[in-house]
Design a protein around this ligand. Structure first.
Ligand SMILES: [Zn+2]
Length: 147
């Protein structure tokens, strides 16, 4: 999935969760960080291009695109601040969920080889439709929370 889809989906997940859990405002920043950071293992991603030295050492959709990676990195962030770790975890999971719907899929239970795959090609018209739907939901939730 593309950067923009991950960002909007992270926002959507935060909006839904915010209705059930009272969170400090800065948590949204860590949700966004978690939702885009995961692709640091790809030199084609926006984050991977900026932090190219990380992508040299990690295989795309390997450790970082797994629940193990999610738990390890979210715990590290959580050592500094529990809410930050929680937000990072939520964003991270939202990224993994979306990537599970792609044709390439994910080894969610890495190091085990079982791969979860979907039917969406990254950057395809199907992702564009998903992007617009998530965007509309985000806009609706913003207006709903304001009025
Ligand atoms: Zn990804």
């Amino acid at each position: 999935m593309l950067f923009r889809t991950h960002v909007l989906f992270g926002v959507l997940v935060w909006f839904i969760l915010d209705r059930f859990v009272e969170m400090p405002g800065f948590v949204l920043g860590f949700v966004l960080l978690g939702s885009v950071f995961v692709d640091v293992d790809s030199l084609k991603s926006k984050v991977g291009k900026r932090l190219w030295f990380v992508a040299w050492f990690l295989r795309h959709r390997g450790f970082l695109h797994s629940l193990v990676g999610c738990l390890v990195l979210s715990s590290v962030v959580g050592l500094f601040n529990l809410w930050a770790g929680f937000g990072f975890f939520i964003g991270y999971v939202s990224h993994l969920v979306l990537d599970c719907f792609t044709c390439m899929g994910l080894k969610v239970f890495w190091p085990f080889g079982f791969r979860v795959r979907g039917f969406i090609r990254s950057g395809s018209w199907v992702e564009d439709v998903l992007f617009v739907l998530v965007l509309l939901l985000d806009v609706w939730l913003v207006f709903n929370s304001l009025f």
